[in-house]
Structures are given as C-alpha cells and as structure tokens.
Write a protein that binds this ligand. Sequence first.
Ligand code: ACO
Length: 380
Amino acid sequence: MSAPPPAKKAKGDDGAPVHDDEIKSRDFTAKQEEERGILHFRQVQNDGTPEGLRWLCELKEIFGTQLPSMPKEYIVRLVFDKNHKSVCAIKNIGGVQQAVGGICYRPYYKEKLGEIAFCAIKTDQQVRGYGTRLMNQTKHFACTVDKLDHFVTYADNFAIGYFKKQGFHMQMSMYPDRWKPHIKDYEGATVMECYINPNIDYLDIPAMIARQRKVVQDKVASLTRHDIIQPGLAAFKNGAKKIELHEIPGVQQGGFSYEAHLAGGGALTERESNETMLAQTLQEIFTNIEKSEHAWPFTEPVRPEDVPDYYNVIKDPMDLSKIKEKLNNGLYKTKEMFVADINLMCDNCKTYNPPDTIFYKTAIDIHRVCDEEMRRLGLA
Ligand code: ACO
C-alpha cells in the first residue's frame, strides 16, 4: 500500500486553480463538483442487484491497484461479503459514470462501530479533495444509516497523514472489549480511531463552522462594547490631576456601577481580592491541564454504554467537565478543594483500570501536570 506524496494546491475539475481564499474546507472542490452533478457518492452492498455488483466490481479493481500489498482474493472476499458495505465515489468522465474511489467497511451494529477495511482514490483523481469528501460521505452514511459512532482502521503507515486529517487518531479511547474482539490485527499498519459525532453535518462542515462563528461573535458582541471607540480622556489636557473612575469614557457602559462601587467601600476587600486571584490562578491551571495531551480520557463523564460496569465500581465519579463547571460557579474556595477533585478523578481512573493500560498511565500524567502547574503558579 503506498500513496503518492500529497500536493499542496487543489485544482478544479477544469484544471483551473482554486484560489486560497475560496477554499473553505478540504473537500470544497469535490462538494462543488457534487453540486454541479459531476460527482456523486452512493452506499453499495452485495445485494444481488446488477447496479450494486457493477460498482463493487469497479471498487475491487481500484482497491487492487491502490493497495498492492493486499492479496487480491482478500479484497474480493471483503468487498463482496454481505456483511461489508462500501461507499463509492462516482464521477462523470466524458459522459461516462465511473467509480473513482471508495471506502469499504464492516459495520458492527451492536457495538456502533465500523471497521474501515479499504480506502482508496484512483491515482489520477487524488489530491483534489475527493479522499476527504469520500470520508465525510462515509461518516454521513455510517451515522445516519448504520447508526455507528466510531470508525476504526488499520492504516497503512503511508496513509496515517491522510487519516489524521480526517479526524482519526492513534490513541484508542474505546474500551478494548468494544473493538478488539472484532478488529483483526495487521502487521505494518497502525490502528486508528475516529469518533463520528451525530451532531455534525459532515456534508456541510463549512456552513456549520460559519454558524458557530456567528453565534460566538454575537455572544461576544452582546457581552462587550468592544466595537465602540471612546473619545479618550480630555481632562488631563485641561490641567486635571485626577479623575473619578466612572468619569473615564466607556467605564460605565462596560458595566461599572458607581453606586455599587461606593456601597462596596470603593475597593475590593482583601478577602475578595484573594478569592479573585485564587479563582484566576486555578482557572489558568485548569486550562493547562485541559490542553495537555493527557487530558483526552477525562474530558467528559464515562459513558455507561461504553463501559457498562464503570458505575458499579466507581461511586464518586469526577471528570474535567465537572471541575470546569465548579470553577465557573466559583465553588473552589481553597486550592485544596480543587486538588481534591483532580485527585479523585485520577484515583477513580487508577482504581478502575489496570496499571498496564493507557488510561492508568494518563491518570499519572495528568496528576503530574497538575503538580507542575501548581508549583509554577506558586500554589504548591
Ligand atoms: N499522507 C499524508 N497526507 C496525505 C496523504 C498521505 N498518503 N494522502 C493525502 N494526504 C493529504 C492531502 O495532501 C490533503 O491534505 P491538505 O488538504 O492539507 O493538502 C488531505 O490528505 C486530503 O487529501 P484528499 O485530496 O482529500 O485525498 P485524496 O483524494 O488524495 O485521497 C488517499 C487520499 C485515499 C489516501 C489516496 O491518496 C489513496 O488512495 N492512496 C493510495 C491508497 C492508500 O494508501 N489508501 C489508504 C490505505 S489504509 C486503508 O485502506 C485502511
């Protein structure tokens, strides 16, 4: 299995370069071609229909050529196996519909898991975004039709870069019982996993991102007056030595209340200012823990559907989303309260998972990150 080195610039179907500022996502060109009726994708299976068999035959040829290290008989067996499904990229080339690539996968419905067996685009059609569009289409079918929420694949080492760009990673977050019994080990390939989020429209990611950006921008605009440029201070030019806080243009519009300021004695009490400083420091420590490469198993509560007996063992669960909520609600009045929750989260992980697992090791790592951050910011 080998892939040619990826080129950087995409070209449209007519060979015209696509300008950088037009590129909204990797599959932009492919999506446009779909809209123009040049390209389309369909889910096919060995259902005995001449139509299904035709596309499977073309896919078998593409996989055979593009994945030369795979035995031909193995490709044929899986592509025509009734338990496997394929998503076929079909292009109108000179008036003839032809398969230009595809992904063959096996859905495990009970585990909500799909194993990608083969993925390829014809050589002369590569690096146009078709591989990305194909993966997005496959995620769409897998999510909406097959109701899967994860893909696993053994990626050829040359193709790891491609899979990474499609949202796959090498750290398996699923509990081994869920995937290991089904997925065959391949020598010389790397196992990778991808979460398929049912809330994402994989066929129109740029539109989704644009909507998210607008929501964030509107929220920022509603909370701040950042767009208003104040005239600046004239008082000092006129000889003033001191002015009141509320006289500074923009301060009152920014939410400062002169009455509240006076009622509070004009300044924060020492206790209030200590609490504010502690909250800010804990927030910084938390952000760095959350950003750390070891945080991935702790970001959300363990899902009972992934680990059915987890809550029989762990009676006081804790995770980063819960800690974040407590931080945001100002519930950590001392650093010890914060550290206790981090310890609880790590101890739970070490209680449930054996010491030779990646989860146990990440618990040690996250604990170390917390210690280092506490020391760095003078809270140790
Ligand atoms: N290594 C690193 N990056 C890659 C590779 C690669 N082998 N192939 C593509 N990319 C990059 C592209 O440069 C592009 O990134 P960019 O947008 O930042 O420039 C991105 O991945 C997606 O490119 P597309 O144009 O959408 O992908 P393409 O249509 O070229 O298809 C594919 C990619 C399917 C890997 C194709 O190159 C291919 O068929 N290769 C030969 C077969 C193969 O290796 N298949 C995977 C084997 S593993 C398995 O089947 C389970």
